[in-house]
Design a protein around this ligand. Structure first.
Ligand SMILES: O=C(CO)[C@@H](O)[C@H](O)COP(=O)(O)O
Ligand SMILES: [Fe+2]
Length: 223
């Protein structure tokens, strides 16, 4: 049974103690570091940009999984790659020419990811299934941490898994928003490969143990 990929989201960290929190993630079983960039246009919130990304890069030993919640992300792909992103995920809803943007991400030397908001059907990816390395299913409406997972996400992940299998794609499926121990096994069972978790990790009294529990949460399948 392959354990899931766990990507703690820095959005829920204590920014006054960023180095401490980054080093905690380094010591944990987390696989990636999820970095949410918000522009106040695509989503109704502003988070942070290049200086914070560079600061995390200086201290982390984990790949940086950058989630761009910004309009026209093609303007900034090269710079995010240069500043240390390993994976760059853009929103389907923010890209007029999604295929071109995904190609741009790969050409910049990064894994190319596409995120889908709740209302966007997975079928929009069917014709370009060889153009991305990961798909991020938003399990909340993006813009803020600390929200509750929307249950519609479960059949959506299942449908995406079928679509990718049918297309012969080995792209990873991620889930982002409201992920905690109460729902992770269900989403993994539906077909998710990676789990982004902010509040349930950084809001815990023992974040390293919380990451361990998420990492161990795949339910054994009954024989
Ligand atoms: O992209 C986003 C929010 O838009 C996420 O990555 C959040 O940072 C997840 O936080 P929690 O829901 O786990 O608190
Ligand atoms: Fe995110």
């Amino acid at each position: 049974m392959t354990p899931p990929i766990i990507a703690p989201s820095i959005l829920a960290a204590d920014f006054a103690n960023l180095q401490r929190d980054v080093e905690m993630v380094n010591r944990s079983e987390a696989d990636w570091f999820h970095v949410d960039v918000m522009d106040g246009m695509f989503v109704p919130n502003i988070s942070f940009g290049f200086p914070v990304l560079e600061a995390i890069r200086r201290h982390t030993t984990k790949p940086l999984d950058v989630h761009l919640m910004i309009v026209q992300p093609e303007r900034y792909i090269a710079e995010f790659a240069e500043k240390g992103a390993d994976h760059i995920t853009v929103h389907y809803e923010a890209c007029t020419h999604l295929h071109r943007v995904l190609t741009q991400i790969r050409q910049a030397g990064c894994q190319a990811g596409v995120a889908l908001n709740m209302q966007t059907p997975v079928d929009v990816l069917a014709d370009i299934a060889d153009a991305f390395d990961q798909v991020l299913i938003m399990t909340i409406n993006p813009g803020f941490g600390g929200q509750k997972l929307l249950p519609l996400s479960v059949p959506k992940v299942r449908k995406l898994r079928q679509l990718l299998q049918g297309a012969g794609s080995s792209a990873l499926i991620g889930v982002d928003g409201g992920m905690d121990l109460s729902n992770t096994a269900t989403l993994l069972d539906a077909g998710a490969d990676y789990v982004v978790a902010g509040t349930s990790v950084f809001g815990s009294d023992d974040p390293i143990a919380a990451i361990h529990r998420l990492k161990s949460s795949r339910q054994p399948t009954m024989a």
